[in-house]
Ligand binder design. Structure first.
Ligand code: 5AD
Ligand code: SF4
Length: 479
């Protein structure tokens, strides 16, 4: 198997296919056990994940499969025997980072005869990327895309057997493969895919081309997965989809996202339910009602608006206007008064003027977001926006980008400040990266808080009083 699938199409895959992969998992496990006997150490692995929560969740599945094959975590990348990059292509800088790292890995590989390098994820769905890897990065052993993650065991085994590079990229999706083994980063919280792909074709975005058409998992499979997670100690789930608001459209069941959310809320033992991402164009009144009524659904919505200028929104193919977005936000705030709203913003879309950016800043000031991811527009080959006139040089974008950040930061800071003096339930997640005495956790509204506490609190819900804040986090103390 060295080349694209002959017809570029995905075969139908199913639970039986997963059984087939288990055979490869066991074969590789045997080989890894033999390796351990001969070398007095286990084979090690290192996963690098780029991009969104969807990729982070896929990496948990990769982790699950590799651990079943007998790999153990390496202390650092350059010492690993199996290195896999789960890539992102939404913006160019994520791609450049992968190429940069691959250059460095060439030297590391030269000093470890056992090292294998695999690449997967969104970047690998781009033809020119795969051609570049073939020609210029010949030290890469395995390449696959977003549609055949479950085949990793077979691809590793083929690579061992043929002792040559294995490329397996499908042009479209097959059936959804259920029950991949997965190792959660956190014992007490988990993401759950509810749908894959995107049909929205925002003109700047490459996701619809690399993640394929929208398809939803059945509610039966989703609910079963969540019940099993709860049994396994999970208190918080995040339902993942590129646009959760169109959940269920391709299913025979009579279901939509609001109904699914209500069903998840009824699962015994689940404590917090989050979801992302919501597209403003089809966020229903029913969803707002369900969010208001269901006590376990967290009071937070991530609602990207991208731009406040109607002219730019139209060129972006977002299918709403600034006014419609603001109306939607008012409706949400009215029904769910303490809701936290976060967003995504793009600055520097082709043809964007300072006046357009004024409109974006106006939305920031009117909505008073609790947080936002701000991006400089990145030209993605193959998208309609890449062919538009008036692409703006990055140096010119920086000034407008800074204007947006300067408008955003005080708004976010004020929101954080409004928490001071109040006590909240916080899901304690980790030891703080910057100070070991602090624990990092999240309020129900997804605000990040650092508070002084014992490590034993991790995984539990603590009562925390907010005593101070910075722009990007709160500071608290246990009560
Ligand atoms: N350039 C910059 N930002 C982008 N996003 C998607 N495509 C691009 C692009 N070409 C941003 C959008 C989206 C988020 C996930 O990434 O804001 O909501
Ligand atoms: Fe990209 Fe738009 Fe789909 Fe989001 S909704 S993944 S921005 S095309």
């Amino acid at each position: 198997m060295n080349g694209y699938n002959s017809d570029g199409k995905a075969p139908n895959v199913s639970r039986e296919e997963l059984e087939r992969q288990k055979v490869f998992i066991n074969k590789i496990k045997d080989l890894n056990d033999e390796f351990e006997k001969e070398n007095n150490r286990k084979k090690t692995m290192f996963i690098s994940t780029f991009g969104c929560q969807m990729n982070a969740h896929d990496s948990e599945k990769i982790d699950g499969m590799l651990k079943q094959m007998g790999f153990v975590d390496a202390d650092c990348e350059k010492n690993a025997d199996f290195i896999i990059y789960n890539t992102c292509c939404v913006r160019e800088n994520a791609e450049n980072k992968v190429y940069g790292n691959l250059g460095y890995l060439k030297h590391a590989k030269a000093s470890n005869p056992f090292m294998k390098i695999a690449l997967c994820g969104c970047m690998m769905q781009e033809n020119d990327v795969v051609e570049t890897i073939r020609k210029k990065y010949r030290h890469v052993d395995i390449v696959f895309g977003t549609f055949n993650l479950y085949k990793l065991p077979e691809l590793i085994f083929t690579n061992i057997e043929t002792d040559g590079p294995v490329f397996d990229i499908w042009k479209e999706h097959g059936e959804i493969v259920e029950d991949l083994p997965s190792i959660r980063k956190y014992k007490f919280k988990s993401s759950v895919n509810i749908m894959f792909g995107c049909d929205n074709f925002c003109s700047y975005c490459i996701v619809p081309y690399v993640r394929g058409r929208e398809r939803s998992r059945s509610s039966f499979d989703i609910l079963n997965e969540i019940r099993a997670l709860v049994k396994d100690g999970v208190r918080e789930v995040t339902l993942l989809g590129q646009n959760v608001n169109s959940y269920g459209k391709n299913l025979d069941e009579n279901i939509n996202f609001a109904k699914l959310l209500r069903m998840v809320n009824n699962i015994d033992g689940i404590e917090r339910i989050r979801f992302m991402t919501s597209h403003p164009k089809d966020l229903s009144d029913e969803l707002i009602s369900v969010m208001a009524e269901c006590d376990r659904v967290c009071g937070h919505i991530h609602l990207p608006f991208q731009s406040g200028s109607d002219r730019i929104l139209e060129k972006m193919n977002r299918k709403y206007t600034k006014e419609k977005y603001l109306e939607l936000v008012s409706k949400i705030k009215e029904k769910i008064p303490n809701i936290a709203i976060t967003t995504d913003i793009i600055v520097g879309f082709p043809g964007e003027t300072a006046n357009d950016v004024d409109e974006t800043i106006d939305v920031i000031e009117k909505v008073k977001f609790n947080g936002a991811f701000t991006f400089i527009y990145s030209k993605r080959t193959g998208t309609p926006a890449a062919a538009m006139e008036n692409q703006i040089p990055e140096d010119d974008v920086k000034k407008q980008f800074n204007r947006v950040i300067n408008a955003l930061n005080p708004v976010v800071y004020e929101k954080n400040k409004s928490h001071i003096g109040k006590v909240y339930k916080v899901l304690a997640e980790d030891v703080s990266g910057s100070d070991e005495r602090f624990i990092t956790g999240r309020l129900e509204d997804n605000s990040l808080v650092h508070f002084e506490a014992d490590k034993g609190v991790i995984g539990n819900i603590a009562e925390v009083e907010i005593i101070d804040c910075k722009t990007f986090y709160l500071i608290g103390k246990s009560v």
